[in-house]
Write a protein that binds this ligand. Structure first.
Ligand code: PAF
Length: 274
């Protein structure tokens, strides 16, 4: 696996590489990321991964400084997964001057996770567009675990007519159902044992809707109460339309249940499609 930190070196390395498939990450890689790399292989000739902890998408009181940085272990995992090229820029490589031009997503950036993380999706969209311009892939893979992020990137790619196919990768879960996430490492032993409750509750909502329950707000409130009783602090549990993340007009349309809740100091997000 070749590794480059400079934009010029990466561009030179990617000339005449056939169809390039790109998987951007912030590192601290787990089996969920590796499954995205494996999916990427099916969509092109050269798999390019990136590792960059993007300051622009973290709020002032969020975990940018303590976000786990495990570069050497990440390189070993990517090489073992058959990734061809790793782009691992420093902040000076990617933001050699203060970033003053941004991608401003529309209203979707202010709902659900965006309501609780102001500016987050603006930071994500800006760095992803910049990475797309650097790597110039024909396809890119993003995990469905970050469902709203995937939608922001799909919409940006379509509206800006970027010639890139966006592929959504399925969420990888631990045996007890907890969605794999770099932030799971922050959980204490007791919190880790409690954490699968979130996925269980999402499954209960899905089962209730499939069984004909149409009052989705009641289902959301029941799940929030169950989380609160178990010591969680919930930002949202929300049943939404898959198409646009709006409130459902028809419970028989494709839906998704999304949740963000805090166990101790760790904020977990998850979702499940219906
Ligand atoms: O999902 C992530 O890891 C990040 O949001 C991404 C897409 C790499 C942008 O920094």
């Amino acid at each position: 696996m070749q590794t480059h930190s400079s934009i010029a070196d990466l561009r030179a390395a990617l000339q005449q590489r056939g169809r390039v498939v790109f998987v951007p990450t912030m590192g601290n890689l787990h089996a969920g990321h590796i499954s995205l790399m494996e999916q990427a292989r099916a969509h092109g000739d050269t798999v390019v991964a990136s590792i960059f902890v993007n300051r622009l998408q973290f709020g002032p009181n969020e975990d940018f400084d303590k976000y786990p940085r495990t570069f050497q272990a990440d390189c070993d995992k990517l090489a073992a997964a058959g990734v061809d090229v790793l782009f691992a820029p420093t902040e000076a490589d990617l933001y050699p001057e203060p970033q003053e031009y941004f991608v401003e997503p529309p209203g979707i950036q202010n709902v659900l996770d965006g309501e609780f993380r102001p500016g987050h999706f603006r930071g994500v969209a800006t760095v992803v567009l910049k990475l797309f311009n650097i790597v110039q892939p024909q396809a890119a893979v993003f995990g469905k675990k970050d469902y709203q992020q995937l939608m922001v990137i799909r919409n940006m790619t379509r509206q800006l007519a970027l010639p890139i196919a966006i592929v959504g990768g399925e969420t990888v879960r631990a045996a007890d159902g907890l969605a794999l996430s770099s932030r799971n490492g922050y959980l204490s032993e007791a919190e880790r044992a409690e954490a699968p409750r979130l996925y269980r509750l999402l499954n209960e909502i899905r089962a209730a809707i499939r069984a004909g329950q149409a009052d989705t707000v009641k289902l959301e409130n029941t799940a929030i109460a169950a989380l609160t009783a178990a010591g969680w602090k919930t930002d949202y549990v929300a049943v939404r339309q898959q198409a646009d993340l709006a409130m459902p007009k028809d419970v028989n349309a494709p839906l998704v249940v999304l949740a963000a809740s805090r166990l101790g100091t760790t904020r977990l997000i998850d979702n499940i499609e219906i």
